[in-house]
Design a protein around this ligand. Sequence first.
Ligand SMILES: NC(=O)c1ccc[n+]([C@@H]2O[C@H](COP(=O)([O-])OP(=O)(O)OC[C@H]3O[C@@H](n4cnc5c(N)ncnc54)[C@H](OP(=O)(O)O)[C@@H]3O)[C@@H](O)[C@H]2O)c1
Length: 254
Amino acid sequence: MSATQTATGAPTWLMLGASSAVARAFAREAAAHGHGVLLAGRDMDDLERQAADLAIRYEVPAAPVSFDARDHAGHAAFARDCAARAGGPLNLFLAFGSMPDQAELDADPAAAAAMVDANFTGAATLLAAFAPVLEAQRQGMVVALGSVAGDRGRPRNYTYGATKAALHTFLQGYAARLSRVGVGVLCIRPGPVDTAMTWALPKLPFMASPRAFAAAAWKRARKGGGDAYLPGIWWPIMTIIRNIPTRIFNKLDL
Ligand SMILES: NC(=O)c1ccc[n+]([C@@H]2O[C@H](COP(=O)([O-])OP(=O)(O)OC[C@H]3O[C@@H](n4cnc5c(N)ncnc54)[C@H](OP(=O)(O)O)[C@@H]3O)[C@@H](O)[C@H]2O)c1
């Protein structure tokens, strides 16, 4: 068990879904700003390499930790273990999730259930498990990645979008609960980011690089909790999309 607190007492960032391209870039931001990092995910070889790289490059403590969003029963013990490993306050960055093709999900109920189980149920059970830890430390930040896909269901990805809409709603209540103990909760609704999740898709407008996205997320997280579209251009776009009348919306190829 190794403490990831730095000498400054800066909170450790716990990256959940740390192999994600976005989480990887955010972990670099955190380490570059002098925070220790715990890298949680399923691919331990990748996480070990990433931890070694961060520790050497930025001279901060970094360690991998095994985590599966679908192991709901294990989340309470996982939360306690992470708090012990950090040896001080924790910040959370939730970046796990998947977006299988909608046709595949419609044809395979098991695949649809597995996606909902990780994207939403896993996030909900995990955040519930961390609430006592965050309440006890009475400080910190939770940054969670929702999606613009959660704002309005589209034929292309409505099951995935539904998991994100559910996550947005969960985060609103969670943020209110934790605001009473000084913990900020930030729900980020990313537009398309150039990662493994979007590689198979046709070229998308206003696509952000993981690095630019992480830098913007870091900047926004320093302002505290709330709800933010990143890049910011997605706020006006989604305001328009949410307000398109249904009979017109249903004819659009979105
Ligand atoms: N890319 C975009 O355009 C975009 C837009 C809006 C929102 N988002 C959201 O941003 C987050 C990061 O996505 P990304 O674009 O960086 O995609 P990514 O590179 O595909 O990363 C997704 C990560 O989720 C992990 N994961 C999936 N199921 C898991 C489980 N059951 N337990 C633990 N980890 C699990 C994957 O781990 P494994 O490697 O072990 O599979 C992977 O590291 C996701 O929540 C996504 O929904 C992305």
